[in-house]
Ligand binder design. Structure first.
Ligand code: PLP
Length: 463
C-alpha cells in the first residue's frame, strides 16, 4: 500500500468535512447524509477503491464517461507526456498542437462535411454552443423569425438554462420554466430492445407529428435537437433504427438545423464510434463530451458543418464572429487524452470486441431479469441498460416514492462491491467499455443479488 503523506486527513476527518462543507450534485443532501459517505481514493480497470480499502465495480462508468477503465497506462502516458510540455494554454487567439490534432481527428471520424470542432468543457456547454450557433446562423442569413427549437419529450441535454429549455426533464427542471425560451416538444418514438433483439418499435407517430409541425412552422424553427439511439437520463429510452434518418430527411426538406446530442451515446457506448456516422446521417451540429476524453478530463466538442462555419465569416466590423468561449476551452491535457482514447478505441470497435461484449451483457441481463416478478421492462443497447423495477409486475404498480426502493438496491449493492446510481426505481448499468467478460457476469449477478436482498428486507419490514 502507498505510504500516507503527512497531514493526510483521516477517514473521520473526511466524513466530517464532507458533512460540513460539501453539497453534492443531483442529491437530496438530507438523504445523502443518512448514509456513510464513500471517498474514492483510487481506481484500476473497472474497479474503484475507497479510503477504507473497499473495492467496487464501477457500474456507472463514473457517470457514463469511462471507456478504457481507470488508471489506464496508455491514457495516463498521454496526459503525463502532455503535462511535461504544458498543462494549459488558451485557444482564444492561439492554438496548441494536440488541440489542432484532435480537431483533425474528429473531422476524420465524422460523417460528411462535419468538419469544424469548437471545444468546451461539458456536455451542457457543447449543446448550448450548438443552440447559440444555430440561432446566430439564421440571424446572419436574415431569417430573424426562426427563434424556436423542437426537442423530444423526456429529453435531457444538461442543466444550464438553454439546455434545460431544449430538454424536457420535467421533474428536475420545471421550477426554471419561467426562464426558458420557446420550444416545441415532439412525442418520442417507442422501442424495446435487449439481448440484440427488438421486441417492439414504432416511430410512425413521432415522424408524423414532426412532418406536420415543420409543414406549418418551419419558418419559425431554428433546429430540431435530439439524443440519437438512446436517451440516457430519461432511463435509457431507445429509438428504433431508422428514426434518426427520418428526422434528418425532414430537417433537410424544411431547412431546419439538426443538432445531435451524442454526449452519452458516442465513443462506443452504444456500439459505433459515432451514432450519426453509423446511421448515415450528417447533422448540422454534433455535440460530444463524456466518452470523448474516456472519462478522464472535462473536455467537450461541438462539431459543425462547413457551410455553417462559413456563414460566420466576414470583416471584424460585421460582428459575425461567434462571441462565445470558456476559459479552459480545448485544454491540452484533455485534448491529449481524447486523442489517445480515440486511437485506442478504433480497433476495439473495428474487431467487434465491443459488440461481442455488448451481446454477452444483453444475454446476462435477459437471463437474470426478463422473468423477474419485480421487473416491468428492460432496455439495453451496446454497453448501457435500464431495468425498471415495480412493486407489482401484473398491473405495473410502482413502489411508493418515499421508499426510495432504487436507492435501497444501490445501497445494498455497495456491500456486494458494486457502485450503482439508479434514476428513481430504474437501475442503470453502464460499465466501462473495457469491462471483462468475467466482470460482466459479476456486475449483472451482483445487481440481481442486491435487488433480491432489498426485496427480502422490504418483505420483512412491511410484514
Ligand atoms: C445526452 C446528454 N447530453 C448532455 C449532458 C450534459 O453533460 P454534462 O453533465 O457534461 O454537462 C448529459 C449528461 O448526462 C447527457 O446524457
Amino acid at each position: 500500500m502507498a505510504a500516507t503523506r503527512p497531514g493526510t486527513p483521516s477517514e473521520n476527518d473526511l466524513t466530517r468535512w464532507d458533512c460540513e462543507h460539501s453539497w453534492h450534485p443531483f442529491s437530496q443532501m438530507r438523504e445523502y447524509l443518512q448514509f456513510p459517505p464513500i471517498h474514492i481514493a483510487s481506481g484500476e480497470g473497472s474497479w474503484l477503491t475507497d479510503t477504507g480499502g473497499n473495492r467496487y465495480l464501477d457500474a456507472t462508468a463514473s457517470i457514463w464517461t469511462n471507456v478504457h477503465g481507470h488508471n489506464d497506462p496508455d491514457l495516463n502516458a498521454a496526459i503525463t507526456d502532455q503535462l511535461g510540455k504544458v498543462a494549459h494554454s488558451t485557444l482564444l487567439g492561439l492554438s496548441h498542437p494536440v488541440g489542432t490534432e484532435l480537431s483533425h481527428k474528429l473531422a476524420g471520424i465524422s460523417p460528411g462535411d462535419l468538419n469544424r470542432a469548437f471545444f468546451s468543457d461539458t456536455g451542457a456547454n457543447a449543446v448550448e454552443i450548438a443552440l447559440k450557433m444555430s440561432l446566430q446562423y439564421w440571424q446572419l442569413r436574415g431569417y430573424r423569425d426562426k427563434d424556436r427549437v423542437i426537442g423530444l419529450r423526456d429529453a435531457y441535454h444538461g442543466d444550464t438554462v438553454a439546455t434545460m429549455a431544449a430538454g424536457d426533464s420535467r421533474l428536475f427542471h420545471r421550477r426554471f420554466r419561467p426562464w426558458f425560451f420557446n420550444t416545441i416538444k415532439l412525442p418520442r418514438p417507442e422501442c424495446e430492445e435487449w439481448d440484440g433483439k427488438i421486441r417492439r418499435a414504432d416511430d410512425g407517430w413521432s415522424l408524423h407529428v414532426l412532418r406536420k409541425l415543420l409543414e406549418k412552422q418551419a419558418g419559425k424553427v431554428t433546429a430540431v435537437i435530439l439524443e440519437p439511439s438512446v436517451m440516457g437520463a430519461a432511463g435509457m429510452l431507445l429509438h428504433p433504427p431508422g428514426f434518426l434518418k427520418g428526422v434528418a430527411e425532414l430537417c433537410r426538406e424544411h431547412s431546419v438545423h439538426l443538432i445531435l446530442d451524442e454526449v452519452f451515446v458516442a465513443f462506443g457506448r452504444t456500439g459505433p464510434m459515432l451514432v450519426c456516422a453509423d446511421e448515415g446521417v450528417t447533422p448540422d451540429f454534433l455535440c460530444l463530451a463524456k466518452g470523448l476524453s474516456a472519462g478522464y478530463l472535462p473536455l467537450a466538442a461541438t462539431l459543425v458543418r462547413e457551410p455553417v462555419y462559413e456563414t460566420f465569416l466576414g470583416p471584424f466590423e460585421s460582428f459575425r464572429a461567434f462571441f462565445h468561449g470558456h476559459t479552459f476551452t480545448g485544454n491540452p491535457l484533455g485534448a491529449a487524452v481524447s486523442l489517445a482514447n480515440i486511437r485506442k478505441l478504433e480497433p476495439m470497435i473495428a474487431t467487434g470486441e465491443i459488440r461481442r461484449k455488448s451481446d454477452l451483457f444483453g444475454r446476462r441481463i435477459a437471463e437474470h431479469f426478463e422473468a423477474h416478478p419485480h421487473v416491468a421492462a428492460i432496455r439495453q443497447r451496446g454497453m448501457c441498460a435500464a431495468i425498471d423495477l415495480v412493486e407489482d409486475r401484473e398491473n405495473g404498480t410502482p413502489f411508493p416514492v418515499p421508499e426510495r426502493f432504487g436507492i435501497q438496491v444501490a445501497l445494498g449493492a455497495r456491500k456486494h462491491g458494486l457502485l450503482l446510481r439508479p434514476i428513481h426505481d430504474t437501475l442503470l448499468l453502464v460499465p466501462p467499455l473495457s469491462i471483462s467478460e468475467t466482470e460482466i457476469d459479476l456486475l449483472v449477478g451482483r445487481t440481481a443479488e442486491a435487488l433480491n436482498e432489498a426485496l427480502a428486507a422490504r418483505h420483512v419490514s412491511v410484514q
